[in-house]
Design a protein around this ligand. Structure first.
Ligand code: AMP
Length: 425
């Protein structure tokens, strides 16, 4: 017998877990809307070039992790590994900037990366994220950061650390790249194979390398924040000033370059002390060149993305919002084929009034059906038996009080609705 399992690095979210997911997603949506971000939904796959151009050829995501395939028209397509490039594509394609100089969007979506699965690292995972498009103002960076932090604090997460850096712009970053290249020139032989290549192509990525040897060789490297041009320096100082004014604590981290190449100026990451090796809950930053790079007119932007699976891992059992599965309003106990026919009618009428009800399709006994009603938390059971049916009657049982009475079958829908209305919520 063939038995199928989920693909490595993917997982089912079972009904008992979905309540918590929905609760977290609801909180995320409420906060996004409080900050006036509007939801956008983009397709799950895009042209591969959208990602290779924006995220950067030398990044792990583009170099190693994308789920890329050719369709029958021989187009190279890729399952979205992140949300920013698709949102920017949609912004340009739909000319969203024409309606307002400031466009604020959010998404909640699955992402796909072929990484080595481990605790907190999956091949299909879920992110929520925002993109604030149109503003150069450091206050916009701060709004994005306070929203990112606000969601965590609303959900009761503690022991978080906000790491901040500036990765410069197209003026100062190339100069810093050369500084880094020169600094590491004499140490190349001690770097890992990937970093030897990065040294030539994109030395900033070396700061991100997790190999102990590379970490050691880069312990005393010069940092980007000491090589910012006056504009980037001013911007970063303002961001820090505004964060302090709002009492948002942060730590400067010169190594923080993020795994995607499109960032400019502000880069930030939120880490949790409770996550172990994969300690990043989310991160983001400015990407002032990306929209132009993808064919739009030059437009500054800033955003962040956060992983939902990791957030749920940190939401310790005690802090998890209590999500009790919603119980049934009514269970219709059916005994015999004629009763089932009537039951289907009654159920349809009640369900179309949004009464939560169910019945038995597996031929259980009266006792077993009442047990099922109990297990499902039904407030009432409507028992339709052969004998009552002939008399146009049914038995309505209050499951909590264990009291029952005979009612007219014709009036059962109204009777159930009235009783539920009296008992609500
Ligand atoms: P990134 O898009 O790489 O900046 O990631 C933003 C956030 O998404 C991370 O901080 C994680 O919380 C989450 N994330 C990224 N990659 C994965 C993954 N492979 N599995 C689970 N969560 C991930």
């Amino acid at each position: 017998m063939v038995s199928f399992q989920t693909v490595k690095g993917t997982h089912d979210i079972l009904p008992e877990e979905v309540g918590l997911w929905r609760c977290v997603e609801e909180k995320v949506r409420q906060m996004m809307e409080a900050y006036n971000y509007l939801e956008i939904r983009t397709p799950i796959f895009e042209h591969t070039e959208l990602f290779s151009r924006s995220i950067g050829q030398d990044t792990d995501i583009v170099g190693k992790e994308m789920y890329t395939f050719s369709d029958k028209g021989n187009r190279s397509l890729t399952l979205s590994p992140e949300g920013t490039a698709p949102v920017v594509r949609a912004y340009i394609q739909n000319n969203l900037g024409a309606q307002s100089p400031q466009v604020k969007l959010f998404y909640i979506a699955p992402m796909f990366r072929q990484e080595n699965p481990q605790q907190g690292r999956f091949r299909q995972f879920h992110q929520y994220g925002i993109e604030a498009i149109g503003s150069l103002d450091p206050a916009q960076d701060v709004e994005v950061i306070t929203l990112a932090m606000g969601i965590y604090s609303e959900l009761g997460l503690q022991k978080l650390s906000l790491r901040m850096n500036s990765v410069g712009c197209r003026i100062c970053r190339p100069i810093y790249r050369d500084v880094l290249r020169n600094f590491l020139k004499s140490r190349i032989s001690a770097l890992c194979k990937d970093c030897v290549q990065r040294h030539e192509e994109n030395p900033l990525r070396i700061l991100d390398c997790k190999e102990p040897a590379c970490r050691e060789q880069t312990e005393d490297i010069p940092f980007m924040i000491d090589h910012l041009c006056p504009e980037c320096s001013r911007h970063f100082a303002k961001v820090q000033e505004l964060l302090s004014q709002l009492d948002v604590a942060y730590v400067l981290d010169g190594r923080l370059v993020r795994g995607l190449d499109y960032y400019t100026k502000t880069a930030f990451e939120v880490l949790s002390g409770e996550l172990g090796a994969q300690d990043a809950l989310g991160g983001g930053g400015r990407y002032d060149d990306l929209i132009e790079m993808l064919g739009g007119s030059p437009t500054p932007a800033v955003g962040f993305a956060a992983g939902i699976e990791r957030l749920l891992m940190v939401l310790s059992r005690e802090k998890r919002p209590r999500v009790s599965p919603r119980s049934l309003d009514l269970f219709v106990v059916v005994l015999g084929d004629d009763a089932k026919k009537v039951a289907l009618k009654v159920l349809r009428q009640l369900r179309h009034k949004l009464v939560r009800c169910d019945t038995d399709f597996v031929g259980r006994s009266l006792k077993a059906q009442l047990r099922a009603a109990n297990r499902l938390g039904a407030r009432y059971a409507l028992i339709i038996g052969e004998e009552e049916l002939h008399r146009g009657k049914a038995i309505l049982r209050d499951m909590d009080k264990s009291q029952q009475e005979e009612i007219d079958l014709n009036e059962s829908v109204q009777e159930v609705c009235d009783r539920l209305a009296r008992r609500s919520p």
